[in-house]
Design a protein around this ligand. Structure first.
Ligand SMILES: *Cc1c(COP(=O)(O)O)cnc(C)c1O
Length: 217
């Protein structure tokens, strides 16, 4: 099926209120443009340089989301245009984003990445560390970043019970933190293999790549 058909199928399967981030990493501009011409305006990339290159070549009404792990020394390259950084997992990184955002007189929206997977390889903070960060004075001093939600990646497994447990944990963490941080609005969870389950567990934003653009090399 074409990218257009994939996108239309996907959109008819998800509630209107769930935001779809089209994950276009490794894919050529022509593929992104096909999605764009179908109406898609939110794209997610996991490498800063690749996102910058695509930003420069593509129409300027696109929202660019950085969904991958962020190296502090590369924040400066995307500070001018990035719309949402999903993988923020330390105060140190937030400070750098704040510094670069200030240079461009912007406020950059961020999500805190919570470690929900069992495996060790995944990045992210504990729920306790996220809570401490959000209530710290050092965070309150940062005027050019806004934390508007949480992001999580479930364990890479066929065991959907495990994945469900992890999504529910993120949802629960979100509800707890929202009591004291009403600015939290977004729960970014769910990819090609598990977005339906993620939505059932309360996801408000899904990040889908291969179901739209086909498998990556
Ligand atoms: C690649 C990627 C996705 C999309 O994965 P698919 O399985 O292709 O839908 C989602 N989130 C993150 C953080 C990714 O790196």
């Amino acid at each position: 099926m074409s990218i257009k058909e994939n996108l239309n199928n996907l959109k008819s399967n998800i509630p209107d209120k769930v935001v779809l981030v089209a994950v276009s990493k490794t894919k050529p501009i022509s593929d992104l443009m096909e999605a764009y011409n179908t109406g898609q305006r939110i794209f997610g990339e996991n490498k800063i340089q690749e996102m910058v290159d695509k930003y420069e070549e593509m129409p300027k009404d696109i929202e660019w989301h950085m969904i991958g792990h962020v190296q502090r020394n590369k924040v400066k390259y995307m500070a001018e245009f990035v719309n949402l950084i999903h993988g923020v997992d330390s105060l140190k990184l937030l400070k750098e984003i704040n510094k670069q955002a200030e240079k461009h007189h912007r406020v950059i929206n961020c999500l805190l990445q919570i470690k929900i997977a069992e495996e060790d390889s995944k990045f992210g903070m504990s729920a306790e560390d996220a809570s401490a960060l959000l209530s710290s004075e050092k965070f309150a001093e940062l005027k050019n970043v806004e934390v508007i939600g949480l992001m999580g990646m479930a364990t890479f497994t066929d065991n959907m019970n495990q994945v469900e447990k992890e999504f529910k944990f993120l949802r629960h963490t979100f509800s707890n933190l929202k009591n004291t941080n009403p600015q939290l609005e977004i729960i970014s969870m769910g990819m090609s293999g598990d977005y339906q389950l993620a939505i059932d567990c309360g996801s408000t934003m899904i990040r889908v790549g291969s179901s739209i653009f086909g498998v990556r090399n």
